[in-house]
Design a protein around this ligand. Structure first.
Ligand SMILES: Nc1nc2c(c(=O)[nH]1)N[C@H]1C(S)=C(S)[C@@H](COP(=O)(O)OP(=O)(O)OC[C@H]3O[C@@H](n4cnc5c(=O)[nH]c(N)nc54)[C@H](O)[C@@H]3O)O[C@H]1N2
Ligand SMILES: Nc1nc2c(c(=O)[nH]1)N[C@H]1C(S)=C(S)[C@@H](COP(=O)(O)OP(=O)(O)OC[C@H]3O[C@@H](n4cnc5c(=O)[nH]c(N)nc54)[C@H](O)[C@@H]3O)O[C@H]1N2
Ligand code: SF4
Ligand SMILES: [Mo]
Length: 737
């Protein structure tokens, strides 16, 4: 592929072009689009929205302008091997304490000139043999559990399926996980316990049939932007929105009621709402009797949460709490959407349990305009989970410690398998630090920037005896690698992706691979085969068929019958049906839904006079997680170039922080320097830092404390202090280097 300056990418050309029907590579909304590609097949000219089930032709700024990362000159083009002289390993681009860390191009991207000399180019054969030999050597000397793999929710179902198969069958361990652990793991734990399925019950666009929609701990305008447009349409047509958040999201402008609660007090709020619903008899008795169990225990617990006490705990007006409850019950059709403000807490599972109970006691499941919708984040996090990129389960959530299931997969894959559930993302980092995990394969994740407590992650990555990273770019994580493999971007590959609505859709290749980069799925298979476990497939669709063969919800689907528009699963007869937009009308996978009560628990981390503020972390519209893609997208980086911390005007005045000035934010684990934005949308006593900017890495601050069931870290709650930096100017140069 030729290198193209970004400016040229935006130019239209009059020479011939072809249209490729595909998908947006970013979020779980799963918008369908058409790439217009120039005649050479090496350059995307522009993108048009396509009339997919999730987007009806709409796209957000990332879908429309965010594709050029794939054409960035920093794309990896050849396998790289770390030079002998670069051992023992040191962090290459600065220590990322958050205060600048290393040389950067404008836009925060590391200057490769400083890093590349630590690696040498290698042939694929040399690199793949090295990877296979080192991993197999560790496996044979120390056992399969000395290895671990992080797969990717940015990749396809086929890649996710192959990756977990590689780890289980060739590494011989269940230590395989992905970013779902940092995301909706707690929601899924509560949903599996409560109803026996982790996927959404109703699709986003069913909101047009809802009387009420509650949006708890999510910010759809920035994070699920096209879904947000359908939510706003519904609001215009009469659906009442109840928004629950700690930092006013833009969707609150359309809300009937906005509840700005104290961080981490959702359990109390939802219990208080259930208290009102039961007291005022706005519940659905028949649904409770026929479809649920555990109501009397739930009733006892929520009895303790009268509106006045609860509202005080949560910092909201008791009348608003009562009004919000009334909007959800009394036979109104209500939908519940939720996001990371619910799941990323040490009580994330409890938060979701309460939302499930709220839906159940009001009979709001299984009908149009109702249901439970944990908004999925990555374009394929639903599919990657379905395909078994989870340490405790094979594809289709089948437990690895169930002897019947183990026997089935031993037969299906023709090898013996470990019955021991594996470690999660966060546990793997701990085990690496302690020397139990010695070798790792990271494909399409950037844990150095996305995992909590960066200083701990750095030590863990440095402690590994062998690390192979397969990415599009030389990421912050890849700086710790022994071998770096250049993979395929979304725009270069064929595969299926499952969106937040359970819709399985095909992404099609629009461009050729750059340099010697290879297809991710082929690299995974090569490693397996070279480790002694044969993995050979004729095509991507053959991989899909093997995956569908062991995964109930996909059994009827194939590349052929997914066609241009895809299908919702379950889909009994793809020839005649589009699949099911609404599920569980008669029964739940576990039979009756289990109502599991929860009480408000104190957070692990406490504020005190040294660390008096609560840190909330999250996202901005234009950037994607660790920035490796969007900070290499010209339009997106231009709109949102800098890290910032939002601080309330009252706190700012007290701390002598002015808008635009440089400040230091410190937690008990580390500190970062960035620009202050003084805004009332964050509550007094709280601050907000987006996670995208490696030079002011939010996760230097965050705590690795975990939810006991979901094992998800508490990204939404840690104690910090803010101080102005003396003599700091407003410019970028003050961000250190
Ligand atoms: N632009 C963009 N879009 C994305 C992504 C991205 O990186 N960039 N990532 C994708 C992924 S993987 C995911 S998981 C989704 C995440 O999408 P969201 O779930 O919307 O994610 P966040 O912005 O992290 O957090 C959601 C909200 O929780 C609020 N919150 C914080 N603490 C609390 C609390 O204690 N209680 C309540 N009720 N709310 C609280 C925050 O203020 C924030 O508005 O976005 C996806 N979409
Ligand atoms: N503080 C804080 N931290 C958080 C969160 C938060 O709210 N606050 N949210 C958490 C959540 S919800 C999530 S989902 C995680 C996300 O964490 P990560 O998944 O680690 O973040 P990404 O930046 O999406 O990483 C994707 C990587 O894959 C590469 N990539 C993209 N496409 C491909 C491909 O097709 N093939 C290959 N081989 N590589 C590819 C990209 O270059 C990038 O390096 O972050 C978590 N971390
Ligand atoms: S809403 Fe999500 S899937 Fe749709 S265009 Fe935007 S980022 Fe892409
Ligand atoms: Mo996520």
């Amino acid at each position: 592929m030729k290198q193209v300056p970004n400016a040229m990418v935006e130019q239209r050309t009059t020479v011939g072009f072809k249209g490729v029907d595909s998908l947006c590579p970013y979020c779980g909304v799963g918008c369908a689009l058409t790439f217009r590609v120039d005649a050479s097949g090496e350059r995307i000219l522009d993108v048009q929205g396509r009339d997919g089930a999730a987007n009806a032709g709409r796209l957000c700024v990332k879908g429309r302008y965010g594709y050029d990362y794939a054409m960035h000159p920093q794309r990896l083009r050849k396998p790289l091997i770390r030079r002998e002289s670069s051992y023992p390993k040191q962090p290459l681009s600065g220590d990322v304490k958050g205060n600048g860390g290393g040389p950067r191009k404008p836009g925060g991207i590391v200057d490769y000139d400083e890093i590349l000399p630590h690696f040498r180019e290698a042939s694929w054969d040399e690199a793949l043999d090295l990877v296979a030999n080192r991993l197999a050597g560790l496996r044979d000397r120390h056992g399969g559990d000395s290895l671990a793999g992080f797969g990717s929710a940015k990749g396809s179902n086929e890649e996710a399926y192959l990756f977990q198969k590689l780890v289980r069958a060739a590494f011989r361990t269940n230590n395989v996980d992905h970013c779902t652990r940092l995301c909706h793991a707690s929601s899924v734990a509560a949903l599996l316990e409560g109803i026996g399925s982790g996927a959404v019950t109703n699709v986003v666009r069913d909101i047009e049939n809802a009387d009420t929609a509650m949006l708890a701990g999510c910010n759809p305008t920035d994070n699920h932007p096209v879904a947000a447009t359908f939510i706003k349409d519904a609001a215009v047509n009469g659906t009442k929105l109840v928004v629950v958040n700690t930092r006013r999201p833009r969707i609150a402008d359309h809300a009937e009621i906005y509840l700005q609660i104290h961080p981490g007090t959702d359990v109390a709020l939802f219990n208080g709402m259930m208290h009102v619903l039961i007291r005022e008899n706005l519940i659905d008795r028949e649904f409770i009797d026929t479809r649920t169990e555990g109501f009397s225990e739930l009733r006892k617990v929520v009895e303790e949460y009268d509106p006045d006490t609860t509202a005080a705990l949560c910092g909201v007006d008791p009348d608003d709490l009562v009004r919000a409850a009334r909007l959800l019950g009394g036979g109104r059709r209500a939908m519940i959407f939720w996001g990371m403000g619910i799941s990323q807490h040490t009580h994330g599972t409890d938060n979701s349990r309460c939302l499930i109970s709220l839906a159940m006691i009001t009979g709001n499941v299984g009908k149009p305009g109702t249901g439970l919708h944990p908004l999925r984040g990555q374009n394929n996090v639903q599919g990657a989970s379905d395909a078994g990129l989870i340490p405790m389960v094979y594809p289709d959530y089948q437990a690895v410690d169930d002897p019947g299931v183990q026997a089935y997969f031993e037969d299906y894959w023709g090898t013996s398998l470990s019955p021991k559930p594996g470690l999660t993302v966060t546990e793997i980092m701990g085990a690496a630090l302690e020397g139990q995990v010695r070798g790792m394969y990271v494909q399409g994740e950037n844990p150095f920037v996305s995992d909590p407590d960066t200083n701990k992650v750095r030590k863990a990555l440095m402690a590994l005896e062998f690390l192979v990273v397969q990415d599009l770019f030389l990421t912050e994580t890849a700086e710790f690698a022994d071998v770096i493999l250049p993979g395929s971007s979304f725009m270069e590959k064929l595969g299926t992706y499952t969106n937040t609505d359970r819709r399985v859709q095909i992404g099609r290749p629009a461009m050729s691979l750059p340099g010697e980069a290879r297809q991710d799925w082929e690299i995974i298979c090569e490693i397996g085969t070279r480790m002694g476990y044969e993995m050979r497939y004729e095509s991507v669709s053959a991989v899909f068929d093997e995956f569908a063969g062991c995964t109930e919800n996909y059994k009827t689907l194939s590349h052929e019958n997914l066609g241009r528009y895809g299908k919702w699963y379950p889909c009994l007869d793809p020839a005649t049906s589009d699949g099911e937009p609404i599920v569980f009308g008669d029964t739940f996978p576990r039979g009756k839904a289990l109502l599991v009560p929860a009480r408000l628990r104190q957070p692990e981390e406490h504020v005190d006079s040294d660390y008096p503020l609560i840190l909330n972390t999250g996202r901005v519209l234009e950037h994607w997680h660790t920035g490796s893609m969007t900070r290499r997208s010209a339009a997106l980086d231009r709109i949102s170039p800098d890290a910032f911390v939002e601080i309330n005007p009252e706190d700012a005045a007290r701390l002598h922080v002015v808008d635009g000035a440089m400040v230091e934010v410190a937690s008990r684990r580390g500190s970062i320097r960035l620009k202050a934005k003084v805004v009332p949308r964050v509550a007094e006593g709280t601050v907000f830092v987006p996670m995208h900017f490696r030079e002011a890495c939010a996760n230097v601050l965050t705590s690795p404390a975990l939810d006991p069931q979901g094992k998800i870290p508490t990204f939404k709650y840690c104690a910090v202090r803010v101080r102005p930096l003396e003599g700091a100017s407003h410019g970028k140069e003050a961000m250190g280097g």
